[in-house]
Design a protein around this ligand. Structure first.
Ligand code: FMN
Length: 215
């Protein structure tokens, strides 16, 4: 679906997910993440960049597991600490995972994906054409109900900063693993909220596409 078509459908409030290819389980148990190795940090920082041309190849389960753990997984199980910071440790960002077979929410404590919708929401996650070609689009959603201790005037900037930290984790993992990625703010937030079935306390912040580079 072209950018122009998406813009037109979005204006009419009719930008919707594609039917799933089928076979979307209620939950996907991810393999334990490989939390050692990878590129040295300075090498990953040298390689970090945005890329916008993706192969359609599906990401192996281990890669998806490592990617989501890097993004916002639990790195200190005793205290429930995470790989990205959040103000007052509110952990208000949910990572939604749009795959060809269905749309899921990452559940970091169980390190699994929980089904949100048995539909392919990739094309809804942004206006740019490539979002539907790539095998994975992430959507960062703030749940304001978890930010009750954060002053109201600070909630938007704090949750945006938290999502930015997660996005950079994904960039660095992708640089290390030879994947392409781009964070995206040019998105139809209403269409995404509808596709994900979000409630009033939830705010769509950003999307991020991941896949193998079409280089
Ligand atoms: C908040 C934010 C929103 C962005 N939105 C988009 C977007 O909608 N589409 C896109 O292709 N790139 C988007 N980008 C990526 C920037 O265009 C990119 O980071 C910039 O051109 C610098 O390139 P680099 O990331 O390779 O250093 C966004 C970046 C940020 C930080």
């Amino acid at each position: 679906m072209s950018t122009l078509t998406k813009l037109a459908l979005g204006l009419m409030g009719k930008l919707r997910p594609a039917p799933s290819r089928g076979g979307a389980p209620e939950a996907i148990e991810l393999p334990p993440p490989s939390t050692e190795g990878g590129l040295p940090l300075m090498d990953a920082l040298r390689r970090r960049r945005s890329e916008r041309a993706f192969l359609p190849d599906v990401l192996p389960a281990q890669v998806l597991s490592d990617l989501l753990w890097s993004a916002f997984g639990v790195n200190r199980p005793e205290a429930g600490g995470r790989t990205a910071p959040s103000a007052l440790d509110a952990q208000e960002i949910d990572v939604y995972v749009a795959l060809p077979e269905g749309t899921y929410r990452f559940e970091p404590r169980g390190h699994r994906l929980e089904l949100v919708s048995a539909a392919d929401a990739r094309r809804v996650t942004g206006y740019q054409d490539f979002v539907a070609d790539a095998p994975l689009d992430l959507v960062y959603v703030a749940d304001h109900s978890r930010m009750k201790l954060v002053p109201v005037a600070q909630r938007t900037v704090y949750s945006a900063a938290a999502a930015g930290a997660i996005a950079q984790n994904v960039y660095l993992y992708c640089a290390s693993a030879g994947l392409a990625t781009v964070i995206r703010g040019w998105i139809d937030r209403d269409a995404i909220a509808q596709a994900l079935g979000l409630g009033h306390d939830q705010e769509v912040l950003l999307s991020q596409t991941v896949g193998y580079p079409r280089a």
